[in-house]
Write a protein that binds this ligand. Sequence first.
Ligand SMILES: [Zn+2]
Ligand SMILES: [Zn+2]
Length: 239
Amino acid sequence: MWKKILLDTLFPQFCLNCQKEGNIICQDCLSSIEISEFNYCPFCKTPKRVFDKGTCPVHRKMKLSGLFSATSYKNLLVKKLISRFKYQPFLKNLSLPLTSLIIAHFILSENKLIFQNKENSLLAPIPLSKSRERWRGFNQATLLANELSRFLKIPLLNNNLIKIKKTQPQVELKREQREENIKGAFKLKNPQKVRGKRIFLVDDVFTTGSTMEECARVLKKAGGKEVWGIVVAREPLSD
Ligand SMILES: [Zn+2]
Ligand SMILES: [Zn+2]
């Protein structure tokens, strides 16, 4: 406790949004972020609400079973928090407020899946390539998955799903190129661990879903039963 008091005195923190002294993001600003109460098909370009099944009938053959996204990447504060989290100077302790957005979504959307059958579930961060992780010093998805694991009491599958191919940043590519770019990029070091499990892939932002779909393919091939995505924010859908 004294350590926290000392640190707060020596290095006071100010809200990234309103500059109020106290936390890295104050409660007022954090709760101003609109949380999604619903779930949408991860693969439809126009928002398509889904219910117990995570995808729309058209996309039911995809490997990814569905996506839980807390908020929209269109929200400027969300964008700012995520970019301060993963770009220099890295504010790693943003993992907690960002995770709280995900938890808020689970509660508001009355998500049952995440609170059931935990003994057969796993949380798996979307891996970065070795060189990328070395550059950043950490994987932002792992930090989020760690916080989620602590809160939800779902075990973490860490350092098993790995990225073996260096890929071009997905944002620079068109949809078809993205799929080509990411193909064969992931591998499981210990495939037995995912057999029969429900796996929740964790990442910060969901764009086209090519990365998650490719990870889901690898996990299902190894016998994973279901693969769902969990992200803080989703790129805006065309509306
Ligand atoms: Zn504030
Ligand atoms: Zn769809």
